[in-house]
Design a protein around this ligand. Structure first.
Ligand SMILES: [Zn+2]
Length: 700
């Protein structure tokens, strides 16, 4: 994940304002004044948002006519471990809940991003740079792996269930299926597709060779229906490898056939444990689900022991069912150690089955931290968004460094070959586990369009990840880590100082840039900056109560639905009771930075000004110049001659009529010796060299 060096802390009081600043005009002045006399206030309403309608309301809610498609899958798949080919056959039930008749269907063939012929990513790849660091070499496609979805059958169910061959056309990573008759609104269509593909060596779904065998992580492995919605019509953006997925909810019935000695886990609940597990394993699972303390279902010493399998040869079929999920992932390997625990939000709540699967090479790190990190995610995200509605949450160690699917997380990170690991590696695993399991909330359940808007899942998820990590450190770590664990986590995504470096970069693009148009620094753009903005909103602009009501309100009303950016912005304003156009415009729609400066502090005798000293001997004026393009609240720490200090926190509204200059005036009995602007470093001020004023002659 992305890390940011903290800016060196300002050593207050060294730079005294000694330069005479020309007297600025006090006239109203809008930063973006282009001389047109039109309303250019940063506080003005956003006209980028679509007009509310009966599908999506002005409150940012699903409207009375909101609809979305439902797609159910029955899939049979098998893994050939000799050729590394996955084959599958699926029956798709497509529910047209839209008000329109559909002339054709679009299907996503994501594996085609790994096909030299079909991948626009291959076709548009630029030359390699002159230097590639060793840790990035494995991400460079030197071998020109040629995979892709090989489609062998596409048939539509006609009258009385008879299957007829469909007309279809593959356009790189998507496939159009023509319908002989339009599918009317409210009707259901069934179709069948057969396919196979060669499992890649890297990427989101991949295989990995360890000393004793392979680990397979299967993702984007079956042809999935594209989304047809009220905003895009058909979402037909090509999969280029970065902008992720936008998917339909539905029910899955999946049979996975693998060699007898493999252990499988997947999205959904296992339907045939007695056929694929031993009685010992079933009773260990039952025991494990009773407590949050992880227990081994397969301990390290039993890995690859034939007695851990109910049969001793051939192939075995694992059967899973999942309800109301937007995708399905599975893993298979003979190398898995398996530990499990159970979690309940309350005694009446159904148990949530928590699994971690990893090779022995991942011990003793994974057995220590993985299941605990899943449990912490269920708690923290449950508190801040909504309680986890699925029956199961699993984390798997394999080739993928960090990727998310419904109920399933893939996380990388292992100890050194000698079994030792650093605090940093442990924090890395905890952080990535919280993040990937956290994606169950965004986008697996709050189903945003990742292909277009990375921040809607990565940004919101990184924001909650900050609290998940913090809670984990409080719950489990304490003095166990050699350094203060809370501080170590603070350097991650979320806190404002961590985003200052990015905000100083003149070569940014706004957060509101489509995922495949973000030309550089994807992590800061899609993850860290939105997370920092939300943290700022929660901790310093709205306060926790109003923010939490609005944020969880958004999450809950869009559970199992498909929100768009304006739905989030509108929900937050509606729930918190604040117009935040200035914040969304500045932080999400522009690349302006916050740069406030203490321009001057002057003091006048109160007697001279108002003819009495009833409110104090002095009248002080603190003049603040706004030098960045953003407006932010003004927070001041004022120190007096007797050493006492006080906070003056002003709302962003100080910039409402003049976005460039504001002078705070107040009486006091004491003379001021020092003022610090933004003392908590809460607003990502990109130049703190002008944030401290010290009275001439006073020490710092
Ligand atoms: Zn993520």
């Amino acid at each position: 994940m992305n890390t940011h060096p903290l800016l060196p802390r300002w050593l207050g009081g060294l730079l005294i304002l000694a330069v005479l600043v020309p007297a600025p005009t006090e006239a109203q002045s809008w930063l973006h004044d282009d001389g047109s006399k039109s309303n250019r206030s940063i506080f003005r309403l956003l006209d980028e948002w679509p007009t509310p309608n009966s599908y999506r309301t002005g409150a940012g809610s699903p409207g009375p006519d909101y609809w979305q498609q439902q797609v159910d899958y029955v899939i049979e798949t098998s893994l050939d471990t000799a050729s590394h080919v996955v084959s599958g056959s699926e029956r798709i039930t497509y529910h047209n809940n839209s008000p329109e008749a559909l002339q054709f269907l679009w299907v996503q063939l994501d594996q085609n991003v790994r096909s030299i012929r079909h991948s626009r990513s291959y076709q548009t790849q630029g030359a390699l740079p002159e230097e590639i660091s060793p840790q990035f070499r494995r991400f460079v496609g030197l071998t020109q792996f040629d995979g892709g979805h090989n489609i062998t059958r596409v048939q539509l169910a006609g009258h009385e269930g008879a299957l007829v061959d469909a007309e279809y056309r593959i356009n790189n990573t998507i496939m159009k299926i023509d319908l002989p008759h339009p599918l009317p609104a409210g009707e259901v269509l069934e179709l069948e597709i057969d396919w196979n593909f060669l499992v890649p060596d890297n990427g989101r779904g991949a295989k990995e060779r360890l000393e004793d065998g392979w680990i397979y992580e299967m993702a984007q492995w079956f042809p999935r229906m594209s989304v047809f919605d009220d905003v895009n019509g058909w979402q037909t953006d090509q999969f280029l490898g970065r902008g992720e997925f936008y998917l339909n909810f539905g029910n899955y019935d999946v049979k996975i056939t693998v060699p007898w000695n493999h252990i499988v886990d997947a999205t959904g609940e296992l339907q045939n444990p007695e056929e694929v597990l031993t009685p010992t394993q079933m009773s260990r699972l039952e025991e494990a689900y009773r407590s949050e303390e992880p227990r081994f279902i397969i301990p390290a010493e039993e890995v690859m022991d034939p007695s851990t399998r109910p049969v001793g040869s051939g192939m075995v079929t694992w059967h899973y069912k999942a309800e109301n999920v937007r995708d399905f992932a599975w893993v298979s390997s003979k190398l898995f150690v398996w530990d499990a625990a159970g979690f309940r939000y309350s005694p009446e709540h159904d148990v949530i089955k928590v699994h971690s699967l990893y090779p022995r090479e991942a011990m003793p790190l994974w057995d220590k931290a993985s299941t605990r990190a899943i449990l912490q995610t269920l708690k923290t995200y449950g508190r801040m968004a909504f309680e986890y509605p699925y029956p199961k949450a699993i984390n798997v160690n394999g080739p993928q460094g960090g990727m998310e699917y419904p109920m399933v997380a893939f996380c990388g990170g292992r100890p050194q070959p000698d079994g030792t690991f650093s605090d940093r590696a442990e924090r890395g695993l905890i952080g990535v586990t919280v993040h990937e399991v956290g994606h169950n909330w965004f986008p697996m359940i709050v189903d945003s369009d990742e292909r277009k808007w990375t921040w809607m899942d990565e940004g919101l998820n990184s924001f909650l990840q900050f609290y998940g990590q913090w809670d984990y450190a409080k719950t489990y770590c304490g003095a166990e880590w050699s350094q203060n664990p809370e501080c170590e986590f603070v350097g991650n995504m979320g806190p404002a100082p961590a985003i200052v470096g990015y905000m100083q970069d003149p070569d940014q693009v706004p957060i509101m840039t489509e995922s495949d148009l973000i030309h550089k620094d994807f992590g800061n753009n899609g993850y860290s900056k939105p997370a920092a903005g939300l943290l700022m909103l929660r901790e310093h602009i709205l306060e926790e109560g109003p923010f939490d009501e609005a944020f969880s309100g958004y999450a809950q009303k869009w559970m199992f639905k498909q929100p768009k950016p304006a739905d989030f912005f509108r929900s937050m304003e509606d729930g918190a009771g604040e117009h935040l156009a200035w914040f969304w415009r500045g932080w999400f729609y522009t690349t302006h930075a916050n740069d406030q400066a203490l321009e001057n502090v002057t003091t006048q005798a109160a007697m001279d000004l108002v003819g009495n000293t009833s409110q104090g001997q002095y009248y002080h004026r603190i003049r603040i110049r706004n030098e960045g393009g953003l407006v932010m609240p003004v927070e001041l720490e004022v120190t007096y001659e007797d050493g006492s200090s006080e906070r003056i926190d002003l709302p962003v509204d100080v910039w409402r009529y003049n976005e460039i200059l504001f002078t705070k005036g107040f009486f006091s009995q004491k003379a001021i010796t020092k003022v610090i602007l933004d003392p908590d470093e809460a607003f990502a001020d990109i130049d703190r060299s002008d944030n401290v004023w010290t009275a001439a002659g006073s020490g710092s």
